[in-house]
Design a protein around this ligand. Structure first.
Ligand SMILES: C[S@@+](CC[C@H](N)C(=O)[O-])C[C@H]1O[C@@H](n2cnc3c(N)ncnc32)[C@H](O)[C@@H]1O
Length: 512
């Protein structure tokens, strides 16, 4: 099998030892299946293990790969279980799973390990192993264009299985990325998916599959709606869960119990959080001082540019490490989104020539947000980007550090789009807000909300829901906050608790 095909079909077979461990765990949980369906059975690791653990169960294997199906069939024959097995070459996407589930006798277990590949990877490989083109989560417009429409094939498969099982008592036990398991649960909890109980048992994907991704065994009992929460176990052998994830409003939180205890910290932030500058052309736009008034870019070119469009720049790693002294500059071509850039030619002719010399790199920017925009356009700019004071945080680090930023050499410090910030006209106000955001209660609340394994744990949506007043009260900063709010009446009161619309799930890129 070619490397491309292996990736397209997520063809990474489960080691039999892991399948045996999973079956032993299911037996311990009291699962006693009459019928086991493995929807993407591959060479049969799970069915081989299940044949041993569940000696009376009927074993059904389906896979798109005929060679795998033949191999799995032979393995079950060798395990003296051929007479209770049924194999078929079957494309998951064109199969009628409702009918298959309806035909299954007695108590049912759907067991396996669907492919861990995303639709965009399959598309990049020009593969066809995809569900019929549909926007299955109902994403539209900008969300689809900015990549939120990227989904895991297994997420789609698991949703189809939950739909097929809807209202039927059964068990599902599937190896998948932890983020996929959470998305499935969120989908089911929000759409009357009738999950009676669910647990996630972490597995070491590096050890078993050589994949650097957080993965788990998702175990769910279907048939009736249960609480919208799931226990998370450290590994397959753990008897006690570490934590419970759960649905809070419209999204999941990493620690539902802590979230419930601190839920009054959720509200409407009286300030507008902003994302830093998005330019997608770092090789040209980011520069280092080289001495003698010259600059060096990422292409290792030495250039001389007028200072007018150069601003000190900080990135998420600077913020996460508390670094406020910028090492690099950003060549900022616009102060407002949509601004005409041709004026640069008059104000700063060297800068204009430099930009035009690299016109092809700007043209090659993939994101469609740059289409039909002025040459050298950027996003994430507005008056707020030039405010004298900011409180900024990295979007990519699990433990947020909120950093107070002023100006540098007479220019406001800018941030890139891996960072979020609030802007202020005066230092005192910014200082109080930074103190509240860095307080222990705020940290505890944030860590209850965010998942360790997401690429961007901190988002604008998340920050926008911090009730600064309530957090300040809990942190012993209530008086300071009230005095600030009085002094700076632009701060709007925030009394109400608003249930979450927190988009915290951005899948990691790694795939096995
Ligand atoms: C991660 S492997 C797991 C195999 C097996 N479940 C195991 O645990 O060892 C994914 C399997 O999905 C199969 N597969 C990929 N796309 C499929 C599709 N559209 N329909 C059915 N099977 C598919 C592959 O052939 C591969 O055997």
């Amino acid at each position: 099998m070619s490397v491309h095909a292996k990736i397209e079909f997520g063809d990474f077979q489960t080691p039999v030892e892991l399948a045996v461990e999973v079956c032993a765990l299911l037996k311990n949980l009291g699962v006693q299946p009459d019928t086991i369906i493995e929807p993407t059975c591959g060479t049969g690791a799970f069915l081989i293990a299940a044949a041993e653990t569940f000696p009376r169960a009927r074993l059904m294997g389906r896979d798109i790969n005929t060679d795998h199906v033949t191999q799995a069939k032979m393995a079950l024959k060798a395990a003296h279980s051929a007479n209770r097995s049924d194999f078929r070459t079957q494309d998951f996407f064109s199969h009628d799973w409702e009918a298959e589930v309806a035909r299954a006798n007695g108590s049912l277990l759907i067991l396996g390990n669907p492919p861990w590949v995303t639709n965009s990877t399959v598309e990049r490989l020009e593969g066809s192993n995809l569900p019929v083109k549909e926007n299955f989560l109902g994403l539209r417009g900008i969300a689809a264009r900015t990549g939120k429409a990227n989904f895991d094939i297994s997420e789609w498969m698991l949703i189809q299985l939950v739909k097929a099982l809807r209202g039927r008592e059964a068990w599902m036990a599937m190896l998948c990325k932890a983020a996929t398991a959470r998305k499935l649960l969120r989908f089911a909890w929000q759409n009357d998916g009738r999950i009676a109980e669910a647990s996630l048992f972490r597995i070491d994907a590096k050890k078993h599959f050589g994949a650097s991704v957080d993965a788990c065994l998702l175990v769910a009992r279907t048939g009736a709606n249960g609480p919208a929460e799931a226990a998370v176990f450290k590994d397959l052998a753990s008897a006690k869960p570490d934590v419970k994830i759960g649905l809070a409003g419209r999204d999941l939180v990493a620690d539902i119990r802590t979230y419930r205890r601190l839920r009054n910290f959720e509200g409407l932030c009286p300030y507008q959080w902003r994302s830093g500058v998005k330019h997608d052309c770092a090789s040209v736009m980011e520069l280092w001082r080289n001495g003698g008034g010259k600059m060096r870019n990422k292409l290792n070119e030495e250039v001389e540019l007028e200072p007018d469009y150069l601003f000190p720049l900080l990135k998420c790693s600077d913020l996460a490490n508390g670094r406020t002294k910028p090492e690099r500059c950003l060549l900022l071509t616009q102060r407002q989104v949509g601004e005409d850039t041709s004026g640069i030619a008059r104000v700063a002719p060297k800068t204009w020539r430099y930009l035009n010399r690299h016109h092809d790199l700007f043209k090659a920017r993939k994101s469609s947000i740059y289409h039909k925009r002025a040459d050298f356009s950027v996003f994430g700019v507005g008056d707020y980007a030039f405010a004298p004071w900011k409180v900024a945080v990295s979007g990519l680090h699990r433990y947020p550090v909120f950093v107070l930023l002023g100006s540098h050499e007479g220019k406001p410090l800018l941030l890139d789009d891996t960072c979020y910030f609030l802007s202020f006209d005066n230092k005192a106000e910014a200082q109080v807000v930074a103190k509240i955001l860095n307080s222990a209660p705020c940290r505890e609340f944030l860590s209850a909300l965010v998942f360790e394994d997401t690429k961007r744990p901190v988002t604008v949506e998340l920050l926008q829901r911090l009730n600064l007043r309530a957090i300040a009260g809990a942190a012993g900063l209530g008086e300071e906050w009230e005095a600030t709010a009085e002094k700076f009446p632009s701060i709007k009161p925030q009394e109400e608790t608003v249930q979450g619309l927190m988009l915290m799930e951005t899948p990691r890129k790694e795939e096995k």
